[in-house]
Design a protein around this ligand. Structure first.
Ligand code: FES
Ligand code: FES
Length: 192
């Protein structure tokens, strides 16, 4: 008897359960877009290099093109469709609109999900390659434009809207984006 090549899985997405059969090779990105009609998450490179497909899995930034759908079972997945609180946009979404943090908009869902995860990482005290003195005595690392650029460097924008994106992320940081409703707590033990 051959090994099974498909399974019925239940994905928890934006607070709802979705049960579906999937080939074991199906990525989370394809499950979202092709099977569940959640097309807000974009496919760019399909090989983990552009960040267009970024979603939050248990609050952590994840490129959905490199995550198998079966491996996401039981995890709390948040896509761009789930970051707003009803009619109230997430502070990161609002900042991108207010400061024109996009041109064509194709990279934008990934930029926004990544920014939400990044702000939570920063709030939790995670340093980046751009951080200077990371000793506890030095206190929290200021979220300078250089910090934002480094921390968002996994998200490419072919329109090169980077200047506005950095300004939008900085604005959202002021609005304490990481505490917005609808997004799971980001950084537990599993992230270590
Ligand atoms: S589509 Fe996933 S990183 Fe580019
Ligand atoms: S706004 Fe066009 S790719 Fe970023």
């Amino acid at each position: 008897m051959g090994l099974a090549t498909s399974s019925v899985i239940t994905l928890h997405i934006n607070g709802e359960k979705h049960t579906l059969p999937v080939d074991h090779r199906t990525t989370l990105l394809d499950a979202l877009r092709e099977r569940l009609d959640l097309t807000g998450t974009k496919k760019g490179c399909d090989q983990g290099q552009c960040g267009a497909c970024t979603v939050l899995v248990d609050g952590h930034r994840t490129v959905a093109c490199l995550q198998l759908a079966v491996a996401a079972e039981g995890r709390e997945i948040t896509t761009i469709e789930g970051v707003a609180d009803g009619d109230r946009l997430h502070p990161v979404q609002q900042a991108f609109i207010d400061l024109d943090g996009y041109q064509c908009g194709y990279c934008t869902p990934g930029q926004i999900c990544s920014a939400i995860g990044m702000l939570a990482e920063h709030a939790a005290g995670w340093p980046s390659a751009a951080s200077g003195d990371v000793r506890p005595a030095a206190g929290p690392t200021p979220l300078t434009p250089e910090e934002i650029r480094e921390r968002m460097s996994g998200n490419l924008c072919r329109c090169s809207a980077y200047t506005s994106i950095v300004e939008a992320v900085a604005r959202a940081a002021e609005a304490d984006a990481s505490s917005a409703a609808g997004v799971p707590e980001p950084l537990g033990e599993a992230a270590a």
